[in-house]
Design a protein around this ligand. Structure first.
Ligand SMILES: [Zn+2]
Length: 198
């Protein structure tokens, strides 16, 4: 070769890579993220077709180090379902006891707390941004699990926030539509560093 320095080759590779390889997660601007997703049909629960969608969602989530949950529209499936990473339910500091990812089909809100608070948030469909959103501190939902059993879940803090963020996805809403503040993750990191120091 001799035409490129190694660093330049890396940059060139990155440019080519980003222009040819599609992001595995649907990104803001994709029509599927703005649709009101369709209910999962009873007859599809337990089917091979639905198992494939669930497997795809779990795999996509696993590949995202910072991801805590994913909604079906984010992988291009306009269905009312989301998956929450088991690490959300893991006892703090115990990496060995991560519970399995949890699947929520046809989720519906039952009750929310009166109080809302401003929570920091990001989204796999809005890369390189972070923001704050007003969320109910507690949220109870009912949903079917993978085998079609109807269950009630009471979420508080992060879990309540996830329920609200994911159900928004199923209604075609992204957190950037309702964020109080929004910034690039580079600026966000700087702000967090500054806050840590003061
Ligand atoms: Zn999201």
């Amino acid at each position: 070769m001799g035409f490129f320095l190694e660093e330049e080759l890396v940059i060139l590779f990155k440019i080519l890579h980003s222009s040819f390889v599609k992001d595995p997660i649907e990104q803001v601007g994709a029509a599927v993220l703005r649709k009101h997703a369709k209910a999962v049909l009873k007859k599809d629960i337990g089917s091979r077709k639905l198992a494939r969608v669930i497997a795809h969602m779990k795999k996509a989530l696993k590949n995202e180090g910072f991801g805590v949950a994913i909604a079906a529209p984010q992988i291009g499936e306009s269905l009312r379902m989301f998956v929450v990473s088991g690490k959300v339910f893991a006892p703090e500091g115990d990496e060995t006891a991560t519970p399995p990812d949890q699947v929520f089909l046809n989720p519906e809100f039952l009750r929310m707390s009166k109080k809302k608070s401003e929570m920091t948030e990001g989204c796999l469909s809005v890369r390189h941004k972070y923001g704050t959103v007003l969320r109910f501190e507690k949220a109870s939902i009912k949903a079917l699990n993978e085998s079609g059993k109807s269950l009630v879940y009471h979420g508080s803090g992060l879990v309540a926030q996830i329920f609200q963020h994911e159900i928004d996805h199923l209604n075609g809403i992204l957190y950037v539509d309702k964020s109080v503040t929004l910034m690039d993750d580079k600026d966000w990191k700087e702000l967090r560093e500054k806050r840590k120091k003061t």
